[in-house]
Design a protein around this ligand. Structure first.
Ligand SMILES: CC/C=C\C/C=C\C/C=C\C=C\CC(=O)SCCNC(=O)CCNC(=O)[C@H](O)C(C)(C)COP(=O)(O)OP(=O)(O)OC[C@H]1O[C@@H](n2cnc3c(N)ncnc32)[C@H](O)[C@@H]1OP(=O)(O)O
Length: 202
């Protein structure tokens, strides 16, 4: 979709459903992260629009991020703005990209960064004109693929393995945490208010 890289997780999957539904949904989200963050392939994010929360997470899972140079497009982990909390593995992924202090600021405030600020913060690696995002991503891919694969893969794994192992170890506990958190009346109410606001903004 033009102007949106990803709207993040589907909020309708996290509201008004059964605990079994929430558990299956969260397991699938974990699986997505484990596959993408743990992939030994080269992954380049061509960010052609806004990228809140889960969308930002997907971009952060990639090895390199190229974003369209348009201040109307914003990226960030904005969970607190929805009244929810980015789980520890979202937080770890952000820390591994921009460091601890910048992550703390970002997460507590639920900040969405317009493209130029995202570049300053290190959330993205490069800005290019909107119509050059795909070609710039292809060029970056060629550069990354020119590095000997075994050396690049072992290096990637060395950098990411501690975060991945942490989720693998705590996977079931993380699902239980998510289910008990998201099914609280107060959290369901916050999500509903956020969705109503999204619809009113039209
Ligand atoms: C203690 C801790 C323990 C455990 C952890 C607990 C909790 C962690 C849980 C969850 C983590 C979640 C991460 C997420 O990804 S949450 C989702 C965050 N996403 C957003 O905030 C995006 C909101 N959307 C927008 O900002 C905009 O819609 C936009 C920039 C993506 C697009 O803007 P547009 O102006 O182009 O389009 P709209 O008119 O706003 O939207 C069109 C349409 O789509 C609906 N919609 C938008 N985003 C979502 C979404 N993420 N899920 C579901 N639906 C969405 C929007 O309501 C409109 O619907 P209608 O056409 O009105 O029906």
């Amino acid at each position: 979709v033009s102007k949106i890289f990803s709207a993040g997780l589907d909020i309708t999957e996290m509201s008004g459903k059964s605990n079994e539904h929430y558990a299956a949904f969260w397991r699938a989200v974990q699986e997505m992260w484990l596959k993408l963050y743990g992939s030994n392939m080269v992954t380049i994010a061509a960010i052609n629009g806004s990228s809140p929360a889960g969308g930002c997470l997907m971009a952060l899972c990639c090895d390199y991020r190229i974003m369209a140079d348009n201040p109307k497009f914003a990226i960030g982990l904005n969970e607190t703005q929805l009244g929810i909390v980015a789980p520890f593995w979202f937080k770890d992924t952000m820390i591994n990209t921009i460091g601890n202090r910048a992550t703390e600021l970002s997460l507590q405030l639920g900040q969405m960064y317009p493209a130029p600020e995202a570049l300053k913060f290190g959330l993205v690696d490069k800005l290019v004109p909107e119509d050059k995002v795909q070609s710039a991503a292809a060029a970056a891919m060629s550069q990354w693929l020119s590095v000997p694969d075994h050396a690049r893969q072992l290096t990637k794994s060395m950098m990411r393995k501690p975060a991945i192992d942490r989720l693998v170890k705590q996977r079931e506990a993380d699902i239980n945490n998510f289910v008990s958190f998201i099914s609280k009346d107060s959290i369901q109410k916050s999500l509903q208010i956020y969705m109503d606001r999204l619809k009113q903004k039209k």
